[in-house]
Design a protein. Sequence first.
Length: 456
Amino acid sequence: PMKLRICEAVSRLDVGSKITVQGWVRSVRLQKQNLFLHVNDGSCLQSLQVVASAALNQRLLTFGSAVAVSGCLVKSPSRGQEVELQATQIDVVGECNTVDFPFKIKERHDLEYIRQFPHLRCRTNTFSSLLRIRSQATTAIHSYFEEKGFIQVHTPVVTSNDCEGAGELFQVELAGQEKKSGQEEDQHFFSVPAYLTVSGQLHLECIAGAFPGVYSFGPTFRAENSQSRRHLAEFYMVEAEISFTQTLESIMKVMEDLFRSTTEHLLARCPDDVALFHKHVKPRHNINVDLMMKKRFNVITYTEAIDILNSSSQTFAFKPDWGFDLQTEHEKYLVKHCGNVPLFVTDYPYTLKPFYARDNLDLPLHTVSAVDLLVPGVGELCGGTLREERLELLKKRLELTGLDETYGWYLDLRQFGSVPHGGFGMGFERYLQCVLGVDNIKDVIPFPRYSRSCLL
Ligand code: 4AD
Ligand code: MG
């Protein structure tokens, strides 16, 4: 018999073929004459119904066991499926200790419960769907940039710079070795202190000095000391850098297009998986993906945002004030206020953004060309800026912050064929949270890392 994945078997219309499938038992039901199984192999949300003579039943054939089933694919008389497998042979490949198995037959376990079992939660329908969606979204993101002519760059995971200057660095050190006394440089494997990257932006900017558009998509690390629902210590970031651009709008356009084309791809390629999240994983907030896809994203300035917050009747835990970061509660309010679709907030105070942000030279306000994309249910999804390409202004800013020694190479970029450019970073897990309506970021990554937790 021909070996098929279950996604192939359930969509096969040429009934009568002899096939074998391998997978895990999602349900078992024994009647007097017949045995019914549902077998899932992760290739799609749907399980294949298997019908066999009760004589094929065996002690080890239980919920959760791994099986290989051979038989004939026939048209199914039951509703909800086109075909079923009339089994002539069922082999239990791996038994399941159902007493200790944390998942029970016919129960829908919630995300919080299954999170306790990071090594096993892929056996549930919900997490199986999440993993297919994550994989498809990754493909969609790469295709988007490929189609637009961007070059993918592998930026380093270990680096000696702190791009965001926020001091959320993890330092990389040799394990289990006493620090040798003596020369300072002997103490470090790389001669200098090295860290896990908080952003690949500065490396992308180097490469953008020779390409029109570049991007990266990889693991990013921040020592966030919070138990928040939208921060991880290790997350995936999509970063893009675009050369020869002078407007924030051109950066915003790439953000919006990336969001749309990725979401379109997901809705087309895994509608069942996305629907499972929307129907069964009750989100706290009302997500409306159709609305987000239909309407253009809104745009307001940071200054307008502060005005909106101050004229609202809602009381915030943190009073909104010009010159201070927008808090999550502010971001969520602004998104709702502006129609519950994604919202660009532009032109932040100079003091709020890192050294590389381009000065708008609009004293006395003094803002920079920076933009955050805020989305329903999550808040900040993307952050981007035009980069300061004017050597003198950049030099001054680096001197002010005492970084001019460290970033000599960065100043070099502004001396040898410098062009106006800009870019952004999108948190991949936050994107998934937004589109799926998942409250907690720990539920959209296979093995979440956060403060006080590094299971497995
Ligand atoms: O706004 P951020 O800090 O921007 C940068 O790092 C820029 N250097 C990017 C660039 O311009 N190339 O981070 C970008 C996005 C945030 O908007 C957020 O979605 C996500 O990364 N992010 C996190 N996601 C999960 N856990 C964390 N701890 C995150 N920190 C940032
Ligand atoms: Mg940010």
